[in-house]
Design a protein around this ligand. Structure first.
Ligand code: 26W
Length: 827
């Protein structure tokens, strides 16, 4: 990872005293004129609306100003295409960026409310599944803060990530109608509309000079809705443009004239369902026609928008690659490669070769997962039906790729087969990752290990062909949301000691390092942690009904539920500990047991049966452990429902221990690991993803790394891993698995978890839980021992915060800007 470059000092913003006093007046104005409420009787919802409107006004001004400046400068722009943006709430972030937090606090205090209460009324914009979507949101924040002329493009889903509740220990999914009551954060742009076409066939005119004609079967309109992304300490903003699918106007007209409203509504729905709902799946591709349509819909609209803006500014497309960098956030928008080619060749008169050269110069691509089952492929037959012209283009790209492969390794048919954009091993399928690699000038993974594994595994053949194309940009998170806003107690302490500049230059946190030696600082640091733990304990009590002790060690694993993330390994430790407390109440070494609260949160994809079983087992174990009087306060196990951005903002600051325990080689990077360490949690983790770089940054003494490394995992599997042997040789493990399998935690249905245990013992334990179990337990005992020495713990927690400078999204975006997009940040 290259060194972070400090950002230029924050320029003065118009958040002057004048603007601050102005805010209160504006809030009163909006209560009366926008919310239509008597200010004296304003409810928290009214206040949320009025404060948001006041902020919206200032954001509009900044947007207009920045847009005009970029047009005048004919700036080179970054376009970030992402199927997901997991934004969360906007008000607190905007107030901080505008420097209006204090003014807003005063203003709502005048109505006998606190700002925290008002901000808490806002719904999360949950237009994403997990890591990839949240990364996109952090990156937009960083692009705005670094002043990059930039656009995020995505889908304005009517329904975001499902809400999760728990009934009888089981996950229940509920729709998320986040737009139901409107949102103050979007700016509809009724004049920005692009047609997106589907289906039909392709005609090939006789003359080679006339491009093919796509006789499409249907058109849907993409309507733009903008969200303004404020930069911190700068007047620059970024734009998030989200597309809504709308049936073409003639459909409405037809319904009106024919009077057959039901049929017309059906027809209309067939178009508009494209932007209805986020696919809540981040483990296996849905493989559905609607998903492919969503991908093409937003990608096509976005690229048309880019071309329209470019033409308005430059009058020609030949210099497109000099002025635009388009980034593919995973393969979901990879169809953009074929779409840009189609637009250039079929609609703008380009010959193939120059069009292809432009395309490759414009696109870059980030891969976010190595898991083979998560890689997107589409049946050729479906492509033929939905995007016939694009399929032809893909075949042509593939033809040229095959020629290049032949030249590189004459006669090596396996090489060609492996590289091909078309998987011919069964039903022919289009490999979207291969399309993304072929169409991009740069491809990156999201941590050093992940990027290395990419070129050794799924992209090994491409790396032979084009070694210079592959690189790494380790992920980062925005310090504004994840420290400044989420953790006010710690932020205030840091401000007091090193000033406020870390918000824009996270490397400044290194100045906290020496303060670990200062007893007062340690005490203040741990007092901040304690305040955050009390807040988290209140949230746990309210959402689960379980009282937890804020003096216990808060042990946290929060993330999507996946077998590779090994929440089940965590749970095996909990059950082991439960049994050990009963067997040896005086503690493993006679010094008693360090009280612990184990906290889980996360959603399982609706069709992922095993992940759902694990959620249920957590609840079943929790019911037993939490009600066992013999255990008392020494162990509590809770599952906080409905994990999302806003919940994370309360959980991260309250954690002592961060569990990052994926099988080595499976977690591409992780970003929760960064957020937790930034908030002073110590990591217990495997040698995986960005854990490795966190370890390098904080030092081996300030992190608990355990388990098999990625190379060992491969070797163990290759040698024929036998989990049964471990079961037979480790009595504790055997007892724990037997207890679970025989219904000790599910007496009403003793066989409930038989299948889950069988998958470990007989199903091959693909993620090597059993292989890492012993080391994990031993490491957990080291955690206990350290926690019993509060001064030593505090030193290490402080060392973690101090070392997190390079895990800022600003550093990551700086690297993308320089190495991949070739745009100068801050210009
Ligand atoms: C089509 C099904 C599907 C949908 C989404 C497959 C895979 C995905 C995402 C790529 C999954 C994802 O969110 N990956 C996570 O990306 C984060 C940001 O880079 C990383 O920190 C996580 O390690 C990675 O799992």
């Amino acid at each position: 990872m290259s060194q972070p470059t400090p950002l230029p000092a924050a320029p003065a913003t118009p958040a002057t005293r004048e603007a601050c006093t102005g805010l209160a007046a504006q809030v009163e104005h909006h209560l009366l004129h926008t919310m239509a409420t008597a200010p004296a009787a304003a409810s928290p919802i009214d206040l949320l609306g009025a404060v948001s409107q006041a902020v919206r006004g200032e954001l509009s001004r900044r947007w207009v100003q920045g847009d005009a400046a970029d047009r005048a400068a004919q700036a080179r722009r970054v376009v970030y295409l992402s199927m997901e943006f997991l934004i969360g709430r906007s008000l607190g972030n905007a107030l901080d960026a505008l420097g209006l937090g204090a003014a807003a606090g005063n203003s709502v205090a005048g109505h006998a409310h606190t700002l925290e209460e008002i901000e808490g009324q806002e719904r999360d914009a949950a237009l994403g599944n997990g890591g990839l979507g949240r990364l996109a949101a952090c990156f937009l924040d960083a692009m705005a803060t670094r002043g990059l002329p930039s656009f995020g493009y995505g889908i304005r889903y009517e329904f975001g990530m499902f809400a999760q509740s728990i009934a009888g220990g089981r996950q229940i999914e509920h729709p998320d109608p986040w737009l139901e009551d409107g949102t103050p954060w979007e700016f509809p742009r009724p004049d920005v509309v692009h047609p997106v076409r589907f289906g039909g066939w392709v005609e090939h005119p006789e003359s080679p000079d006339v491009p093919p004609i796509w006789r499409h079967a249907g058109t849907v309109q993409a309507k733009a809705y903008d969200m303004v992304v404020p930069g911190y300490g700068t007047e620059r903003v970024s734009t998030l443009r989200l597309w809504k699918a709308v049936a073409p106007a003639h459909i409405d007209l037809h319904a009106f004239n024919s009077g057959d409203y039901a049929r017309a509504a059906e027809f209309k729905n067939a178009f508009e369902n494209i932007s209805w709902v986020l696919y809540p799946n981040d483990s296996t591709p849905a493989g559905r026609e609607l998903r492919l349509k969503q991908e093409y819909f937003f990608t096509s609209a976005s690229i048309q928008d880019v071309l329209a803006r470019h033409l308005a500014e430059h009058g020609r497309l030949t210099n497109l690659a000099d002025k635009v960098a388009i980034h593919l956030n995973d393969t979901h928008p990879a169809i953009g490669v074929a779409e840009l080619l189609r637009l250039l060749v079929d609609e703008h008169g380009f010959a193939w070769t120059p069009a292809w050269r432009i395309t490759q110069r414009v696109f870059s691509y980030t891969n976010h997962t190595l898991m083979p089952e998560a890689l997107e492929t589409w049946p050729v037959s479906l492509f033929q039906q939905v995007l016939p012209r694009h399929l032809e283009i893909i075949f042509r790209i593939n033809h040229e790729l095959m020629v290049e492969a032949q030249a590189a390794r004459p006669g090596d048919l396996d090489f060609m087969r492996r590289l091909s954009l078309i998987d011919e091993s069964g039903e022919r399928r289009v490999r979207m990752a291969h399309l993304a690699v072929a169409g991009s000038h740069q491809v990156n993974g999201v941590s050093a290990l992940h990027s290395k594994l990419l070129v050794q595994t799924i992209f090994a053949d491409f790396a032979l062909l084009w070694p210079e194309r592959f690189g790494n940009v380790t992920n980062g998170v925005t310090p504004r949301r994840w420290l400044a806003q989420a953790n006010r107690p710690l932020s205030a302490l840091i401000d007091q000691r090193i000033g406020t500049g870390w918000r824009r230059d996270l490397a400044q946190l290194a100045q906290l390092g020496p303060l670990a030696d200062e007893a007062t600082f340690r005490a203040e640091f741990m007092a901040a942690k304690q305040a955050n733990k009390r807040r988290l304990a209140r949230l746990i009590a309210n959402s689960t009904g379980t009282a937890v002790d804020p003096d216990s060690l808060f042990d946290v694993q929060v993330k999507r539920f996946h077998e590779y993330k090994r929440q089940l390994l965590n749970l095996l430790h909990v059950v082991t500990r439960y049994r050990a407390i009963l067997a040896q109440p005086q503690g493993p070494d006679g010094q008693g047991w360090q009280p612990r609260t184990v906290i889980f949160a996360g959603k399982a994809a609706s069709g992922y049966a095993m992940a759902k079983q694990i959620i249920r087992l957590i609840h079943d174990v929790g019911r037993v452990v939490n009600h066992d009087a013999r255990i008392g306060d020494r162990l509590k196990l809770v599952f906080v429902p409905n994990y999302g951005v806003s919940l994370a903002e309360v959980i991260m600051p309250g954690a002592d221990l961060s569990q990052q325990i994926s099988t080595a080689g499976t977690e591409a990077s992780g970003t929760g690991n960064m957020k937790l360490a930034l908030n002073g949690a110590l990591t217990i983790g495997t040698d995986d993803g960005a854990n490795i770089e966190i370890r390098q940054a904080v030092g081996d003494d300030n992190i608990f790394i355990f388990g098999r490394r990625a190379s060992e995992v491969t070797a163990i599997r290759a040698a024929g891993y036998q989990p049964m042997r471990l079961y037979e040789s480790l009595p504790q493990l055997k007892a724990v698995l037997d207890a679970i399998a025989s219904g000790a935690f599910s007496p009403d249905e003793p066989g409930r978890y038989r299948g889950l245990v069988d998958a470990l013992l007989w199903g091959g334990d693909h993620y090597l839980l059993l292989a890492d179990y012993e080391d994990y337990l031993a490491t957990q005992l080291q955690v206990d021992a350290l926690y019993r020495d509060p001064q030593a713990w505090a030193r290490k927690a402080i060392a973690n915060v101090a070392a997190m400078g390079s895990f800022s999204a600003d550093r990551a975006i700086g690297e993308y800007a320089r190495r991949i997009w070739q745009v100068a940040p801050g210009t």
